[in-house]
Write a protein that binds this ligand. Structure first.
Ligand SMILES: [Zn+2]
Length: 410
């Protein structure tokens, strides 16, 4: 009896050792496989990041029905091959604002609502520690050209998180200053003229005011105010363009359609601005980073306005068409361009009611309803294609999108 125990114990220990070895080996193999999976299989020369601000999936349905009817074809954004979704919460709130969400994409961290790629932990209105470069700044460091194209002020929260670092989204004069004097974003197109020349007016929350249009001109920018001027600047081969087409946000698409004579030519549409930006940025042999935002889908949902929402969603989708046409012109563009389309959050809790009256025809506005006039905290979809998209067809956090872009950007 006594002699058996040590032997059994030894056998047991040997078995345990063997089992441990197998587990370690299995773990090692599993880890290696995981590492292999996380190693980039592809690299992207160009990134086109497209944001339908505040758009939920029901907004896509409503826009598709208006354009093509219940039985009709997909929108352009629905043709992208990879679909995933992301969590959107901010560091301090389950419902994010555009500042915290865009900062998560641009800088890969969780930010408080209102912060623009700037952690202000001691609330002294200064970033801390030294902010790490945004994905746009990283692209610039790699020799690429950069662009911001939006329908809000170009100094609004979403574009700002890519091209500036400030403790508050309301520092729009300071954001304008940083775009021109520090980041030197090559193509800046949208509304917000008043933010670039605030001389003689009130300073913003950061205490900044000044004439940054003069700075832009001295810094090699072609500054344009109309569609014609934008077209001329592109045709002339300008590499740096600052286009400010309205004092604040751009004219909603709906007004453009209904009051065509008033809004016909002076102000370019989102698709026209996107095409212009691509014509400038494509000249850089090192590639580019371009942000395109349909900023006012969010504003339409805040107002619980279905016609406004559908018009803005379709204008955004038309910009997607411009991007897809540009990519499909050359196989090399398709091979080297990573396209990401995703909202920062949903706004309004928009849903489409069951009317019990059969399907909709093209031109019909759906019978919709909103749960709130504020942002909601639900996850939002990500459509993508090209190098890097193989990591986005799954459940993600908004900070993961930064990590993927950082990983594949060549
Ligand atoms: Zn909003």
């Amino acid at each position: 009896m006594f002699g058996e125990t040590p032997l059994k114990k030894r056998q047991f220990l040997e078995a345990l050792l063997f089992l441990s070895l197998i587990l370690v080996l299995a773990g090692f193999t599993a880890k290696k496989e995981y590492q292999n999976k996380s190693e980039p299989r592809s690299t992207a020369k160009n990134i086109i990041f497209m944001v339908p601000d505040g758009m939920g999936l029901a907004d896509v349905t409503a826009a598709r029905i208006f354009k093509n009817g219940s039985e009709g074809e997909n929108l352009y954004l629905e043709t992208l091959s990879t679909i995933g979704y992301q969590r959107t919460h901010a560091a301090d709130s389950s419902a994010t604002d555009s500042a915290a969400a865009a900062s998560a994409w641009a800088s890969g961290d969780k930010f408080r609502n209102g912060e623009i790629s700037c952690l202000d932990n001691d609330q002294d209105s200064k970033c801390e520690p030294t902010p790490s470069p945004t994905i746009l700044e990283t692209a610039k460091d790699k020799g690429k050209s950069t662009g911001l194209v939006v329908t809000s002020t170009v100094t609004h929260a979403t574009p700002a998180a890519f091209g500036a670092h400030v403790s508050s989204r309301y520092c729009e004069n300071e954001i304008a200053r940083q775009y021109i004097q520090i980041t030197e974003v090559d193509v800046i197109l949208g509304g917000g003229l008043s933010r670039f020349n605030s001389n003689g007016k009130q300073a913003d929350e950061c205490g900044t005011f000044g004439n940054f249009i003069a700075d832009a001109e001295n810094n090699g920018y072609q500054v344009v105010y109309t569609t014609k001027e934008l077209e001329n600047a592109v045709a002339k081969g300008s590499k740096k363009i600052l286009g400010l087409f309205t004092p604040k946000g751009k004219t909603p698409e709906l007004f453009r359609v209904n009051r065509a004579e008033q809004y016909s030519n002076e102000e370019p549409t989102l698709p026209q601005m996107t095409a212009a930006a691509l014509k400038v940025l494509e000249k850089d042999k090192d590639g580019f980073f371009l942000l395109v935002e349909g900023s006012q889908i969010d504003w339409a949902n805040h107002r619980n306005d279905i016609a406004y929402q559908v018009a803005e969603t379709l204008a955004f989708d038309h910009a997607v068409q411009v991007v897809m046409d540009w990519i499909n012109e050359k196989p090399s563009r398709r091979q080297h361009t990573f396209v990401i389309i995703t909202s920062d959050h949903e706004t309004g809790g928009f849903a489409i009611n069951d009317t019990g009256e059969g399907s909709y025809k093209p031109g019909d506005l759906v019978d919709g309803a909103w749960a709130t006039t504020r942002h909601t905290a639900g996850d939002v979809l990500i459509w993508s294609q090209g190098p890097g998209s193989e990591y986005l067809g799954r459940a993600l956090d908004n900070t993961d999108i930064y990590k993927v872009m950082r990983e594949v950007l060549k």
